[in-house]
Design a protein around this ligand. Structure first.
Ligand SMILES: [Zn+2]
Length: 361
């Protein structure tokens, strides 16, 4: 199986490849069926695959499709991990948990969000008490998610964004749009008002399968930020966190931090990492987002905004849909063999590094 073949063309193909490569090696396996269906009426699943001793003290965890369409990348790496045999070459005593397609609905529909228009990586606030506020989003909401998606409306939004960036800086603009918001359920980067289906699956699998582990290291696959083909290692626990020093020891200066301002990501609310800490209070945790660059940030945000408009206001069977879904694929899952090769090479390197770090922690 060539590296290019690790990566699928659609959600169903990705699941087939992952199961074909990994299922036979599973010591534990569980499937969760999403209540909704894909665009061709297909059933949607998140699959949890465990390899290694059930009572392992050290567990390596991978997660794909936190952001639906980004699952093409994460799934390809999970498939490659088994298909290449790399899964067998770890230090003894380490178990592995691979969560495949944790947001299968977004994956199948080529969206970042899930079936509730929720950004899973903003959904792990406690949902008790007031939600975080994002005044920048409030100010820009009408331009971020306009009701019309024409050349004129897009140019008008761009002018508003340029003005905002001029006044407050490009980082503030990025944070306003993508940091997360809890006030516009129809908008982008919406964190939700309750734990979503995917959130509940992560909580359940983590609590049931990882509660005995002493050391857990998590690699959550993402795409859409940073230089094309480069896999940035973003520290993914709420900062400041005591395990940052350990992560730095494992990954060296490649590790970036939103708190320290060294990451391409904005400050986010309600990330998966907030959930990891809550679900595994007794484990020593280390977690990174492995974030691969695709297109320039403006193009990526445009794709997300266009897709939001498409699902709210347009015909999913029409010409707009074909155009915008191509935009989404280009922004989050490029059909590009050299990009995939870089993605896989980096993933293999980082998963190994993570396992060896775990072994000596
Ligand atoms: Zn992502």
């Amino acid at each position: 199986m060539s590296v290019n073949e690790f990566f699928a063309r659609d959600y169903m193909g990705a699941r087939e490849k992952f199961l074909a490569a990994g299922r036979a090696h599973a010591d534990r396996f569980r499937t969760f069926q999403n209540p909704l269906r894909g665009p061709r009426g297909e059933q949607l699943y998140c699959d949890a695959l465990w390899y290694g001793p059930a009572d392992a003290e050290r567990v390596l965890v991978t997660i794909s499709a936190t952001h639906g369409i980004e699952g093409f990348c994460g799934s390809g790496c999970q498939t490659g991990w088994f298909a290449s045999g790399a899964y067998r070459e770890l230090p003894p005593g380490i178990a592995q948990l691979h969560l495949h397609a944790v947001n299968p609905h977004g994956f199948a529909w080529l969206r970042r969000v899930n079936e509730d228009n929720v950004d899973l990586n903003r959904n792990f606030v406690t949902h008790i008490g007031p939600y975080p506020e994002n005044p920048g989003y409030e100010k820009l909401a009408a331009s971020i998610a306009p009701a019309e998606w024409t050349a004129t409306s897009q140019a008008a939004s761009k002018a508003v964004f340029a003005d905002y960036a001029k006044r407050f800086g490009p980082a503030a603009l990025q944070a306003a749009i993508s940091g997360g918001q809890y006030s516009h359920p129809d908008g982008v980067f919406f964190g939700g008002h309750a734990p979503t289906w995917s959130h509940r699956i992560i909580a359940e699998v983590f609590r049931e399968w990882l509660s005995r582990a002493k050391h857990v290291a998590i690699v959550d696959f993402h795409t859409g930020l940073g230089p094309r083909g480069y896999g940035e290692l973003i520290f993914a626990l709420p900062e400041p966190h005591p395990s940052f020093a350990r992560a730095l020891d494992w990954y060296g200066s490649d590790l970036t931090s939103v708190e320290l301002g060294t990451s391409t990501s904005a400050q986010l609310f309600g990330t998966n990492g907030e959930g990891f800490v809550r679900f595994l209070p007794n484990a020593q945790l280390t977690a990174i987002a492995l974030e691969y660059g695709t297109l320039p940030l403006d193009d990526v945000l445009d794709a997300v905004r266009a897709d939001n408009w498409l699902h709210l206001h347009a015909d999913l069977a029409g010409e707009d849909s074909r155009r915008i879904k191509t935009q989404m694929r280009d922004a989050f899952a490029p059909n590009d063999a050299s990009w995939r090769q870089s993605v896989w090479t980096r993933a293999e390197e980082i998963l190994r590094k993570t396992a060896f770090g775990l072994a000596r922690s």
